[in-house]
Design a protein around this ligand. Structure first.
Ligand SMILES: O=C(O)CCC(=O)C(=O)O
Length: 276
């Protein structure tokens, strides 16, 4: 379902500034997300992008462009529906030293720790998402906790675009005012959405209908390489369709309190068919 780009449906996020960590903590736990532009070194992010795309046949890159740019030629090597299945580069990449080093950076760990104000550890399951222009493949509206509800609620997610992700490139968007998981009002509104019996976890792919139902817009930004965005396990978010020649590449990683048990399904490397 198309969603119009109007103030009724979209509102631009305000960047956070971690030099004032106390007010950022308050904002994070009340709004459910915190956008930190330029938090990581841009070149480090492009290095990871390049290493990932180098695993693909050059047929997927626009002629005369490099894997570091990641511009889509319009020709597939793997169907977007086979993403991360055995034999697909994404499933090997999540086990690579490059990816491991990048996601285990001290800077990300410290960031999670300072917002959670306790010792945290990185969950091993770290998905790679790779969407292509004009395929309609994107992430449905959901809250993370639905996917990791067999362990602590003290989890913080960090979404990291691995390259620039302009609005039309399929960035992550957050539904304003939906961080309160215990709100009956929100639950009643969400019950309006009939979920398929085979998987009740995603709320809907119809972002317009969801915004109409809650009466609140989606918070968006034009992401650049180096930006990160943090979110709680409860806020509703989704990704927009990729309608851009830049291939939409990202990872999302999670830190959880070391004092509580973690969902055991998140203890191994991500695979495209692991069901979570
Ligand atoms: O990258 C995406 O499309 C989805 C990411 C996501 O849902 C998350 O980071 O929790």
């Amino acid at each position: 379902m198309p969603i119009p780009f109007t103030p009724e449906y979209f509102e631009q996020m305000t960047p956070g500034d971690i030099s004032d960590i106390e007010s950022m903590r308050k904002r994070f736990f009340s709004e459910g997300y915190l956008y930190l532009p330029g938090f990581l070194d841009k070149q480090d992010v492009f290095d990871v992008r390049e290493e990932y795309f180098k695993m693909f046949d050059p047929v997927i890159f626009r002629q005369g462009t490099s894997p570091r740019q990641g511009l889509f030629s319009g020709k597939f090597q793997f169907s977007p529906y086979r993403h991360g299945l055995p034999g697909h580069p994404a499933s090997q990449f999540v086990a690579s030293p490059v990816f491991d080093q990048f996601t285990r950076s001290e800077k990300l760990q410290q960031l999670a720790q300072s917002l959670m104000q306790e010792e945290v550890s990185l969950l091993q399951r770290r998905p790679i998402r790779h969407f292509y222009d004009n395929t309609g493949v994107a992430s449905c509206a959901h809250a993370d906790f639905t996917y990791l509800n067999q362990g602590t609620q003290k989890v913080l997610s960090i979404w990291i675009p691995l390259g620039d992700v302009p609005l039309e490139g399929g960035g992550l968007v957050y539904l304003k005012g939906t961080n309160d998981a215990d709100s009956d009002a929100l639950r009643i509104k969400l019950n309006k959405f009939k979920r398929p019996d085979k998987d009740e976890r995603p709320i809907t792919a119809d972002l317009k209908a969801l915004a109409d139902t809650t009466g609140t817009p989606w918070m968006y930004t034009d992401y650049k390489a180096g930006d990160v965005i943090l979110h709680t396990p409860f806020i509703i978010h989704a990704s927009l369709d990729c309608n851009h020649e830049l291939m939409r590449l990202s990872t999302d990683i999670r830190f959880a309190s070391v004092k509580e048990d973690h969902d055991p399904r998140w203890a191994s490397n991500w695979r495209g068919d692991d069901g979570y």
